[in-house]
Design a protein around this ligand. Structure first.
Ligand SMILES: [Zn+2]
Length: 320
């Protein structure tokens, strides 16, 4: 009988480094995570968080580990394994892949975290049974991954899928990327909170009960306020659905996906913004039949990062 294949899927975020060991079917045998302190330099983040997490998971693997896949935020060249720029991690030109290979002596592969999560959905999640889908991850930023005719779309310099930086409002809010009116500048978690605060300042409503001050407002608290019936919070989620719907209608018009998956922490409020989003999509995406594209919550939820890393590691094995 052939030896069973095990791989490590890892995920590096702004707060935690996490890893799992899985088999080819995606069954998790062990998982572990450690906090990440970003006040440390990249080398220390490796020594104190990334290496110990992966080491522990390798030790607890039921068999030999064939490959490691890791996702991290930023612009990464997957061929060289170099993270050219990560605003979240404050990293410039860090050779992530080579560092991992040197430490563990196992083939290691790194890619942008949302791209990796898209591979995870394709292999283990709601992208399994369709050839054309888009993952939209909405959290502190908005990232995206596109699978077209069964293949991940990376673009010329692996910059494809940056759907958070599509312009939605021509002279809108300044975005972290330097453009104005990006989808991210309107609908990332912190920017949803900002629109709510600004509406309060314009006198459009009262601060929701349970919140002591305007600075306490987050997408999570607006979600709870809307669920409790707060009219301004409900209006902000409807507006969020409308902006996301404009972006999604554009994606549908250009790429004709079977499915759009919405993940990230803000997707927990999907019920609050989906009706407005669907209205907008029906109104604007006229070149495909109405409701042709399924729009739903992503499949892998909190495990999206590590399962994506595992999918990256497995897809490498399949190619070799
Ligand atoms: Zn932008």
């Amino acid at each position: 009988m052939a030896e069973k294949t095990f791989v490590i899927g890892a995920d590096l975020g702004g707060t935690h480094a996490a890893a799992v060991v899985v088999d080819r079917e995606g069954n998790i045998y062990y998982q572990y995570e450690l906090p990440v302190d970003l006040s440390h330099c990249a080398d220390e983040v490796f020594e104190k968080s990334i290496f110990p997490v992966i080491e522990k998971v390798i030790k607890n693997s039921p068999g030999r580990v064939s490959s490691i896949g890791m996702g991290l935020p930023g612009r990464i060249d997957s061929r060289t394994g170099i993270c050219h720029f990560s605003p979240n991690l404050q990293w410039h030109n860090v050779p992530v892949g080579p560092k991992l290979e040197e430490k563990f002596n196992i083939p290691c592969h790194v890619m942008n975290d949302v791209t990796v999560a898209t591979l995870g959905e394709q292999m283990f999640g709601l992208g399994k049974d369709v050839d054309n889908f888009i993952l939209m991850a909405i959290g502190t930023g908005i990232g995206g991954g596109i699978v077209n005719e069964g293949r991940l779309v990376l673009g010329a310099i692996e910059s494809a899928g940056e759907i958070g930086h599509m312009t939605i409002v021509p002279d809108g809010y300044l975005c972290n990327c330097g453009n104005r009116g990006c989808l991210e500048a309107l609908c990332s978690g912190p920017n949803i909170a900002r629109r709510y605060r600004e509406a309060l300042e314009r006198g459009e409503g009262e601060l929701a009960p349970g919140l002591d001050g305007i600075e306490e407002v987050t997408a999570g608290t607006i979600q709870r306020a809307a669920a409790a019936g707060d009219p301004l919070a409900i209006k902000i989620w409807e507006e969020t659905g409308r902006y996301l719907g404009i972006g999604i209608a554009n994606l549908i018009t250009v790429l004709n996906p079977d499915r759009i998956l919405i993940g990230g922490r803000v997707a927990n409020a999907l019920d609050l913004f989906l009706p407005a989003l669907l209205n907008e999509v029906r109104f604007r995406a006229r070149m495909v039949p109405p409701d042709f594209t399924e729009i739903k919550h992503a499949g892998l939820a909190e495990n999206a990062g590590v399962m994506g890393g595992a999918a990256l590691a497995l897809s490498w094995i399949e190619k070799h």
